[in-house]
Ligand binder design. Structure first.
Ligand SMILES: NC(=O)c1ccc[n+]([C@@H]2O[C@H](COP(=O)([O-])OP(=O)(O)OC[C@H]3O[C@@H](n4cnc5c(N)ncnc54)[C@H](O)[C@@H]3O)[C@@H](O)[C@H]2O)c1
Length: 364
């Protein structure tokens, strides 16, 4: 019997979830719920599934064993905790939540209920990021020296105007960093290791009616001593592919969206170098949401949903569990704090940093 999936939050990303579930082995989409019933009904009609008008009713349905959550970022916690308490495995869109306290509430609820929890970061499943991670694990970079994430994207004003929650501290939890660049922040710390110190600045420069940043820059120090930068914006017309650059005393690699575009090591590794050379010759060149949030594929989501099903079947932890999902939220909150205080911020954070910026309203 396939595992039944229910989708909570039937907006833009829900369609990607539906297609990704269809691509899994052993998963089947059976139901959905949205606080705006017409959205659930539309998704249900498209995929031939049941639309629920009440979340509790969907969570009482024994045919639903896994839920995916695609509600606005600051509204992930309530349905995630309710689903865990109902004994469902939980997959939550990025960011896991917008404060550490709310992330922890989800992690605790899932641990107490004994259900699996995954945070969606499809980039971790791409062969390119896995190749770089393997090179890190094999020590091919030598001493890691520099790790950079550049997300120079573009969002039209209409993108923010179209959703009341977008660009707000209450539900988006931040801007170019918390919403868009978080995928790259996650990859950077996955590849370079934990971050221990951050200095930063942010600004709102090219959009109206948003309370959050559309440009942010941070310099970081990793636990292994390496330094790095994060640059994130939704105000760089026309929007370029995001890049991750990893450097060390013995090697360098650069990823542009899903493609490896630079791969240079002092010592050869026939197997890995051959596979990377092959992938470099057949670039995927996906837009990756650089200028259009809908210009993404669902392949990474499908791999991640498969990973969750495998974790359920084998009784192991999903590759990107709740604690992994929390890491990028902590780094981004530390960037906001460093920018606001003008002082370096050390990690790990003991608790959520108070942010004056949260008082800023969009006027929407
Ligand atoms: N992984 C990715 O590449 C990716 C891409 C886009 C969005 N996202 C994430 O997905 C989430 C949703 O983004 P979106 O662009 O689909 O937003 P959206 O506004 O298009 O959709 C959100 C939906 O949630 C519904 N909703 C709001 N509050 C709810 C609640 N309490 N219970 C049930 N339904 C509720 C809304 O009615 C709406 O239909 C965000 O967290 C975002 O960061 C991830």
């Amino acid at each position: 019997m396939p595992y039944g999936f229910g989708i909570i939050g039937c907006g833009m990303i829900a369609n990607f979830h539906a297609k990704a579930i269809a691509d899994t082995k052993g998963g089947k989409l059976v139901a959905c719920f949205d606080s705006f019933p017409a959205a659930a009904e539309k998704l249900a009609a498209t995929y031939g599934i049941k639309a629920y008008a009440k979340l509790d009713d969907m969570l009482a349905d024994p045919k639903v064993q896994v839920v995916t959550i695609g509600t606005p970022s600051g509204a992930h916690m309530e349905p995630a905790v309710a689903a865990a308490k109902a004994g469902k495995h939980v997959i939550v869109e990025k960011p896991l939540e917008i404060t550490l306290k709310r992330c922890d509430a989800i992690i605790d609820a899932c641990e107490k209920a004994g259900v699996k929890l995954a945070t969606i970061f499809p980039s971790r499943f791409h062969s390119s990021s896995r190749a770089i991670r393997r090179a890190v694990e094999k020590n091919r970079f030598g001493k890691l020296t520099l790790g950079d994430a550049y997300v120079k994207w573009y969002r039209k004003q209409e993108y923010y105007d179209a959703g009341k929650w977008r660009g707000t501290w209450e539900l988006d939890g931040g801007g170019a960093l918390m919403n868009q660049a978080i995928h790259s922040v996650d990859l950077l710390t996955w590849l370079m290791g934990p971050v221990v110190e951050i200095r930063a600045q942010w600004a709102t420069l090219a959009h109206e009616r948003i309370a959050v940043e559309d440009v942010a820059v941070a310099t970081i120090r990793f636990a292994n001593g390496a330094l790095g930068t994060i640059e994130a914006t939704t105000a760089a017309f026309p929007g370029y592919l995001k890049r991750i650059e990893i450097h060390g005393s013995q090697g360098s690699a650069t990823m542009e969206e899903e493609d490896i575009v630079k791969w240079d090591f002092a010592k050869a590794d026939k197997k890995d170098d051959g596979a990377v050379a092959e992938s470099m010759a057949s670039k995927k060149s996906t837009g990756g949401g650089a200028a259009d949030p809908t210009a993404i594929g669902h392949h990474g989501h499908a791999l991640q949903f498969q990973d969750l099903l495998d974790a359920v079947k084998k009784g192991k932890s999903p590759a990107v569990d709740g604690r992994e999902g929390r890491r990028s939220v902590e780094i981004i909150l530390a960037i906001y704090k460093a920018a606001e205080s003008g002082k370096p911020v050390m990690l790990p954070l003991e608790k959520d940093p108070p942010l004056e910026a949260r008082k800023r309203k969009t006027g929407k």
